[in-house]
Ligand binder design. Structure first.
Ligand code: GDP
Ligand code: MN
Length: 450
C-alpha cells in the first residue's frame, strides 16, 4: 500500500464488499494490513475513498504502457513547457490531425469538468490552452479544495467520438479474483452510475487458473452494444488491458472514456492505472514513473527516513512504535473524543535520528495542536526515544503540548532524560490517561486560538 489522495475510487466503489485476508506469520503482510486499515480509516474520517491508494502514474505514462500491449490510444506526446506543447501540436496537425486536445497531467480524475481538458481546433488555440492550463492549480472533485498544480500536459490528436463507454478492472478481495467491468455510461462519474443504476455495470470475474477468456470479452462487447465490425477489435483491446494488469501487478485500471469513433475504431481516450506497491520490488521500470509532486509532501519526506507515516485530517499528532500500537493509539484518541492528525509507526528499531525526523515531520503539519508519543520500549529503548525527542524539541521551538506515555526497556532513564531537559512534557501514566490529557490539550489550544 502507498499513500496519496485520490483516483480509482470508482472501480473499487463498484464492488462494495471486502473480506479480510487471513494469512498470518509475515511481518510485512501484517504491516500492509495495518496500512490498509489506516487507509480505510482515513477514508472514513475524511469522507474520501482511499481504499486503493497505491502507486499511481499519469495518463501519458499509462497510455505508453497500453500502446506497448497493442491497445489503441490516440497519437500524442507529453509536454513540460508551452513551447514543447506547441511543437507537439504542430507535428500532429502536420500529420493530418483536425484538432488537438490539451490535457492536464495530474493524478486526480475529473480534470475535464475542472477545466483541465480542452479541445483546440488550430495551433493558436492549442498555444492559448497550453498557456492557460500549464501551471494552473487544477481543482477537481478528487483533488480537494486546494487543487493540484499542473506541471505537465499531454497533447493528443482529437478523436471523432461516436460513443463514450467505460472499461475497468480491479481486484475484488471478497471474490479473490480480478473483475473486468464495462458500462455504456462512459465519460461521466462512474460512481454515480454504480449508485443509481448498478445493473448498468456489466461484470466478468476472471478465474485466476485460466485467465481472461475471449468469450468473456465478447460477452462484455455485446453488452456494450458494440457493432459486429467492432467485436473482434474489442476482444483484442480488452485482452490487451488484461495483460497490462497482470504483467504490471496493477490493482486497478480504468479506461474512462473507452470510445468508439465514427469510422468504427476503438480507443482508450483516458487511462488510470494504480499499482500494488507491495509488488514494486519486481518492477524497477514502473517505480521510476513515480511522481512525488503528486504526493503529500510530508509523506514523501517521511518515506526518506523509512518512517511509516500517513497523514490524516485530525489535530493530534501521534508518534508510536509498532503498527499495532499505532492503530490502538488512533483508536484510543478517537475514543477520548479527539482526532488523529496522522498514523506514524517509527518502527521497532528506530534510531535517534529517525525519532528526530519523525518529530520534525509531525510538527510541520499545520493542523497539529498536540502531540501524543506512545512508546513501548523493546528494541527501541525508551532512553533512545527520549533523547531523540529532547534533541528535536530543542532544535524546533515546540509550541504545542507534548504528551508521553512510556513503558518498557529503560523507561526510568527515559523519564529522567525528559525531566532533566527542562522542557515541558506532560506524562500520562496509562494509555487511557495519556489519551484524555492529549485530547484536552488539543481542544484547549483550539479554543484559545479561536
Ligand atoms: P478526466 O475528466 O480527468 O476523466 O479526463 P478525460 O481524459 O476523461 O477527459 C474528459 C472528457 O474530455 C472526456 O470524457 C471527453 O468527453 C473529452 N475528451 C477527451 N479527449 C477528447 C478528444 O480527443 N476529443 C474530444 N472531442 N473530446 C475529448
Ligand atoms: Mn476520464
Amino acid at each position: 500500500m502507498g499513500a496519496g489522495k485520490f483516483v480509482g475510487r470508482a472501480a473499487q466503489s463498484l464492488l462494495g464488499s471486502r473480506s479480510s485476508d487471513s494469512i498470518e506469520g509475515s511481518l510485512s503482510f501484517a504491516l500492509s494490513c495495518a496500512r490498509q486499515a489506516i487507509l480505510l480509516r482515513r477514508e472514513w474520517a475524511s469522507g474520501q475513498d482511499n481504499r486503493d491508494i497505491l502507486m499511481k502514474i499519469h495518463e501519458y505514462q499509462a497510455k505508453d504502457i497500453l500502446a506497448k500491449y497493442g491497445v489503441a490510444v490516440p497519437r500524442g506526446e507529453v509536454a513540460n513547457t508551452v513551447e514543447e506543447a506547441v511543437d507537439v501540436a504542430k507535428k500532429l496537425f502536420a500529420a493530418g490531425a483536425t484538432g488537438v486536445v490539451v490535457k492536464a497531467q495530474i493524478h486526480a480524475g475529473g480534470r475535464g469538468k475542472g477545466g483541465g481538458v480542452k479541445v483546440a481546433k488550430n495551433l493558436a488555440e492549442a498555444e492559448e490552452y497550453a498557456k492557460k492550463i500549464l501551471g494552473m492549480q487544477l481543482i477537481t472533485h478528487q483533488t480537494g479544495p486546494e487543487g493540484q498544480k499542473v506541471n505537465r500536459l499531454l497533447i493528443e490528436e482529437t478523436a471523432a467520438i461516436d460513443r463514450e463507454l467505460y472499461l475497468g478492472m480491479v481486484l475484488d478481495r471478497a471474490a479473490a479474483k480480478l473483475v473486468f467491468m464495462a458500462s455504456k455510461s462512459g465519460g461521466m462519474e462512474i460512481e454515480e452510475v454504480a449508485a443509481k443504476d448498478p445493473d448498468a455495470i456489466f461484470k466478468e470475474y476472471i478465474d485466476p487458473a485460466v485467465g481472461f477468456q475471449p468469450y468473456q470479452a465478447r460477452k462484455l462487447a455485446f453488452a456494450l452494444g458494440l457493432k459486429p465490425t467492432q467485436i473482434s477489435q474489442a476482444v483484442h483491446f480488452m485482452t490487451g488491458l488484461y495483460n497490462v494488469c497482470m504483467d504490471t501487478d496493477a490493482s486497478l485500471m480504468e479506461i474512462n472514456p473507452f470510445i468508439t469513433t465514427k469510422d468504427d475504431k476503438l480507443f482508450a481516450l483516458d487511462c488510470k492505472i494504480n499499482f500494488d506497491d507491495n509488488a514494486m520490488f519486481r518492477h524497477k521500470d514502473l517505480k521510476e514513473l513515480r511522481d512525488t509532486h503528486e504526493e503529500d509532501p510530508l509523506e514523501v519526506e517521511a518515506s526518506k527516513f523509512a518512517l511509516n507515516y500517513i497523514r490524516l485530517d485530525g489535530n493530534i499528532a501521534c508518534m508510536v512504535n509498532g503498527a499495532g500500537l499505532a492503530m490502538a493509539t488512533m483508536d484510543i484518541i478517537q475514543y477520548a473524543g479527539g482526532s488523529p492528525a496522522n498514523f506514524l509507526d517509527v518502527g521497532g528499531g528506530a534510531n535517534q535520528e529517525q525519532i528526530e525526523n519523525a518529530f520534525r515531520i509531525l510538527l510541520s503539519d499545520k493542523n497539529v495542536k498536540a502531540v501524543f508519543i506512545n512508546i513501548f520500549g523493546g528494541i527501541l529503548r525508551v532512553d533512545t526515544l527520549a533523547r531523540g525527542v529532547v534533541e528535536a524539541a530543542k532544535k524546533m521551538n515546540v509550541k504545542v503540548p507534548v504528551i508521553l506515555r512510556l513503558e518498557g526497556t529503560n523507561v526510568e532513564q527515559g523519564r529522567e532524560i525528559l525531566k532533566e531537559s527542562g522542557l515541558n512534557f506532560l506524562i500520562g501514566e496509562t494509555m487511557k490517561d495519556a489519551a484524555e490529557i492529549v485530547v484536552k490539550a488539543a481542544k484547549g489550544l483550539t479554543s484559545a486560538n479561536a
